[in-house]
Design a protein around this ligand. Sequence first.
Ligand code: FE2
Length: 279
Amino acid sequence: MLSGQQLSDFRRDGFLVLEKFAAAADCDGLVARTSELVAAFELPKRTSVFSTVEQEQASDDYFLESGDKIRFFFEQEAFDADGELRQDKMRSLNKIGHALHDLDPVFDAFSRQAGLQELAADVGLAAPLLLQSMIIFKPPRIGGEVVWHQDATFLHTEPSRMLGMWFALEDATLENGCLWGLPGGHRRGLKSRFLRAPGGGVEMITLDDTPWPDDDFIPLEARKGTLVIFDGKFPHGSHSNRSAHSRHAYTLHVIDGTCRYLPENWLQRGPGMPLRGFY
Ligand code: FE2
């Protein structure tokens, strides 16, 4: 349960760092389970016979249908010019998403561990629902930059109320591409929305084109087991990982069931798998 000071820090800054939240053994368990999922994942067949347009369509669909599935997304630099992986699979993926927390028992247990429901309630989510989960790999050498963004751009509710939970499964440092954020930036409002386009695919709509104040972002280095919670409108991102060390993180996005989740959000679930809370 958050103290009054923590709660006022969270409201002022848009984020809160909770060290030693998750047990080291649970972090290791999640990484080990991830390795199993990756080992079982068969690399897609080389698609060089398809046109670029068909490939884009296929990857759009693979992404757009992933809201209620476990799907695998590669880093941009994962493949060489011949279409072969430069590093092993575990060191080539960008992320796995987006329903690990409902489909995999190990992720389910981690995502519904003691204390998270209380955290969500503390920051004002009346009826928390676990919307999305991702393993973020940030692999050594090829882990790409994530530009400044607000997660509510991708997962919008009315009224806007969403909580990001970011767990460091390994130490996240300046060297291996830790999270950066803009304290207080959640109060600037939402700058863009990422939507399903009426004609198919997705589109980004700009609501406010004021540039981010790059120099005001601060690093949020985090030891393994740290939980960073942040407001859906908290601006954040990370630099690329050119180090020899991986930087695995697990994220959960929690919305409030009393708010309206918009049908034009990119992430949608089929009727057979409604969102569930922590219990
Ligand atoms: Fe994000």
